[in-house]
Design a protein around this ligand. Sequence first.
Ligand code: ADP
Ligand code: MG
Length: 228
Amino acid sequence: MMPRMAGLVAQSLCKAYPTRSGTLSILRDCSLTLDAGRSAAILGPSGSGKSTLLNIFGTLEPPDGGTLTIDGDNPFALPAAELSDFRNRRVGFIFQEHHLLPQCSALENVLIPTLAKPTGPDLEGRARDLLKRAGLSHRLDHLPGELSGGERQRVAVARALIYSPALLLADEPTGNLDRSSAADIADLLLGLQREENACLIVVTHSTELARRFDRRFELNEGRLAPAA
Ligand code: ADP
Ligand code: MG
């Protein structure tokens, strides 16, 4: 695996939403630098803007101000068509809901990001390998409805990694799981992140989970600060 130097560099990100009762300022001057191969947890009260921040990191939403570089590149400088390609290949997302396609098998779901424009050798082999590392070799042909909640989330983790993204983002990935499945998903995320030398940023309510990450931050009143 080639070493990656720059992971994620976010500088002075700002975001506000216009509402009927005026402008709602969500993020004020949020900065975060994370080296390649490192992990961070973001804590903060409900409604503090954690998902908004993660969506900006993942290029799903542009900031109103500030800059973002991922793996040395500024995604928001790209034309729209290239931005979606960048997002598809360089960023992996895991949400609280697994968002698997119900009519597709576990293996097919992991390959979904590759359907638009498949590139790279043996993507199916990569998908099988990721599912194996996620402990699901015996579930390749199962539909999401035939899997447990924890297994579905494992498939979602494998899908996020199909293109070896520089940045792996997870928004409350264990929020719907029992304690034991949640710990398993955390093990899997942190294990694969290290093996793949990706940056991992996870939003969580669990201080127990957050303790397992290299760094912890708290978002409060629009500001991101190091947390204990
Ligand atoms: P968290 O993930 O920390 O719970 P969010 O990032 O989802 O918080 O939302 C932060 C705040 O921004 C909330 O008060 C929410 O209502 C508001 N918000 C999110 N998206 C929009 C939007 N598109 N338009 C207006 N307000 C929004
Ligand atoms: Mg949220």
